[in-house]
Design a protein around this ligand. Structure first.
Ligand code: BF8
Length: 648
């Protein structure tokens, strides 16, 4: 890496990555080197206007005082472009959710090799939320019906998608009032593409209302289906200890990296890795065992349920290959860099694509179908073991790893707070009301090679827990914090006094890892359950809560930010601007306009200190509105006093 251009400490906060970059050969190209040689296109920035490519009279580059050939204005083009980004992000999550529903159907029929329903309680809950009566049906019958109902939500044409009813009643009324209640998941995505086609919807606010509807169909639809069914098939997460970072690659074992977003094949691979027959197979090739590790959200899925070590987040994918210690990287969908195809040619690593939806030139395609999961997983593990003798001498595994605790599902949070017989969000609500917890902040989303990798996730997390804000995380954000070593109960020493007292009492870290990006839907469920528990208003918009994506990169982040804002949450993005910066009109709709309609908003704040202050101001204003801004004295009650209270 050319250190003259950018200091390594500016490239990444992850020491393991800095070490690899420091020793990297001159001719190796990585996302970090490419980010130096290629600057981002300025179009879309605050003064450069925006580009419309939606018809062949263009591309038209439009500023505040000009219009495209058809007359489209800056506001219209900006809203259209954002709408299309959101449709793409929503479709990524939702297509993943659809596949999980399909998998559930095949599992129920006994056709999904190596899979069975692991969480029946969760199945019954989802069935109920989808309006299915369990009666005296068998588990298989309920699963089949649930899967079919879930799949129908994608093609539903009218009405409202069922899971939206999990939201507080007041919130549902807001969505009905502004006609943004999602009717069907695919329908909203298709309509977004139609409306933004040349010469259709031209009013920026109207376009953005449909962008809201599309994003809601993701958060409360496709993503939620994805999370719920993954829990049903692979178990609902409970806290577990694991380790993270590139130091979890093993010099003397066959290293297999699972990367992407779909859990299925990777869950099977992780389960099989300890199987005697396969371990013996690896030993015959000269290795001591089989080591399965993960990258990105596939990593989060297998971490949450099996404690598989994540070796990194989005910007770590090339780095894992560069250790020279990876026998095989298996990728499925989303956030997979095409550069892996070229990079793996320089090392002995085999790159395997497994999704029928995604191939990479230079990779070996071994297609996962629900009927071949177990057979394919074994084949892949053996292929990795066969590759072990091809390892070259110059293996370089940075000896860096951290402990972490993950596995916080919304079910477990209820349980840990209330205990087995009276699980409830009451203690959390009380902690917020009495001020020990000032608020809840979700720090989520990607890494971005234009920024110092991990730095902003970690800065915000530390600053917020210090001020008594409980931090919940998903996706690459969660892995940033885990890698920097603060996703452990011990990190409560960095937390403020109030938050620390709760962490001590319940035995949790001040930062809760809730899973992959699709699992942001867990945050929607938690927010709804907190409202239902009472004492913090009648709607999500009343809660002292906020969301941040400080290093965002993917279109999926735009969908997530939008469904949170439309659910009543203040959301701030930082790092690279959201692609609306050139239009004051669109920015106003997404801030002032959405605040008035939906009680939440989405804005970009470049300066991280300003962003932190804004988050705190927003949450404190909510506390004030709830009249809980004055810290209450904690009254320690004896048994008699408690009984007296119950008798009232
Ligand atoms: O879905 S946080 S870089 S890996 S998009 Fe991708 Fe962003 Fe990571 Fe998971 Ni989410």
């Amino acid at each position: 890496m050319n250190k003259d251009k950018r200091e390594l400490s500016d490239v990444s906060s992850d020491e393991a990555i800095c070490r690899l970059l420091e020793n990297m050969e001159e001719d190796v190209s990585t996302v970090f080197t490419r980010s130096q040689s290629m600057k981002p296109c300025p179009i879309g920035g605050s003064i450069s206007g925006i580009c419309c490519k939606n018809c062949a009279m263009g591309p038209c580059r439009v500023r505040e005082d000009s219009a495209g050939l058809c007359g489209a204005t800056l506001g219209t083009i900006t809203a259209r472009n954002l709408g299309r980004h959101i449709a793409a992000g929503a479709s990524a999550h939702s297509d993943h959710g659809r596949d999980m529903a399909h998998l559930l159907a095949l599992t129920a029929e006994g056709k999904a090799e190596g899979l069975k329903i692991k969480d029946e309680l969760k199945l019954f809950k989802l069935a109920k939320n989808l309006g299915i009566k369990s009666g005296d049906k068998s588990v298989g019958e309920i699963a089949k019906e649930t899967a079919e109902k879930a799949m129908l939500l994608f093609g539903q044409q009218t009405g409202e998608i069922d899971l939206i009813k999990i939201a507080p009643k007041k919130r549902q009324e807001i969505w009905r009032k502004y006609k943004v209640m999602p009717r069907g998941i695919d329908r909203e995505v298709v309509e977004m593409m139609h409306r933004t086609n040349m010469g259709v919807d031209q009013d920026p606010e109207h376009i953005l209302d449909h962008a809201v509807r599309t994003a809601l169909s993701d958060g409360w639809g496709g993503s939620m289906i994805g999370t719920e069914i993954t829990d049903i098939l692979f178990t609902t997460p409970v806290p577990l200890a694991a380790k993270t970072n590139l130091g979890m690659l093993k010099e003397d074992e066959v290293n297999i990296v699972v990367h992407g977003h779909e859990p299925t094949l990777s869950e099977i691979i992780a389960e099989l890795a300890d199987e005697k027959e396969l371990v013996e197979y690896a030993k015959n090739k000269g290795a001591k065992g089989i080591n399965v590790v993960g990258i990105c959200c596939t990593a989060n899925e297998v971490l949450m349920r099996q404690g598989v070590a994540p070796v990194g987040n989005f910007l770590s994918q090339e780095m894992a290959i560069m250790t020279g210690a990876v026998e095989l990287m298996i990728v499925d969908i989303q956030c997979i860099m095409q550069s892996l195809g070229q990079l793996t040619k320089k090392y002995h690593t085999k790159l395997v694509t497994s999704s029928p939806k995604a191939k990479i030139s230079g990779a070996i395609h071994m297609e996962f179908q629900e009927i071949n999961g177990l057979t394919l997983a074994k084949e892949i593990i053996k292929m990795a073991a066969d590759n072990f003798p091809n390892r070259k001498a110059n293996v370089c595994i940075p000896e860096i790893k951290s402990d972490l605790i993950a596995g916080f599902s919304h079910e477990y949070i209820r349980y840990m707070l209330g205990g087995r017989f009276r699980e409830s969000f009451r203690p959390l609500n009380d902690g917020i009301i009495d001020g020990r917890i000032q608020g809840i902040v979700a720090i989520v989303g990607c890494n971005n090679a234009r920024l110092t990798h991990d730095k902003y996730h970690n800065f915000l997390t530390r600053e917020l827990i210090k001020r008594d804000y409980l931090v919940v995380q998903t996706g690459c954000g969660a892995l940033s914090t885990a890698k920097c070593g603060i996703m452990t109960p011990e990190s409560m020493e960095y937390a403020g006094e109030g938050l620390r007292s709760i962490c001590e009492a319940v035995g949790i870290p001040p930062i809760l890892h809730l899973g992959s990006c699709v699992d942001n839907s867990r945050i929607l469920t938690i927010a709804s359950e907190i409202v239902e528990e009472g004492g913090l208003g009648e709607d999500i918009s009343d809660l002292p809560a906020a969301g941040i994506a400080p290093e965002w990169m993917s279109e999926k982040a735009l969908s997530i930010g939008t469904y949170f804002a439309a659910s009543g949450v203040y959301v701030a993005f930082s790092g690279q601007p959201i692609p609306v910066e050139s239009s004051e009109e669109v920015k106003k709709i997404m801030t002032v306009g959405w605040q008035e309609k939906y009680g939440g908003q989405l804005e970009y704040i470049a300066d991280i200190d300003q962003l932190l202050s804004k988050i705190i101001d927003v949450i404190q204003a909510k506390r004030k509105a709830l009249k809980i801004d004055v810290k209450k004295e904690r009254v320690l009650m004896d048994m008699e006093a408690r009984r007296a209270l119950q008798d009232v």
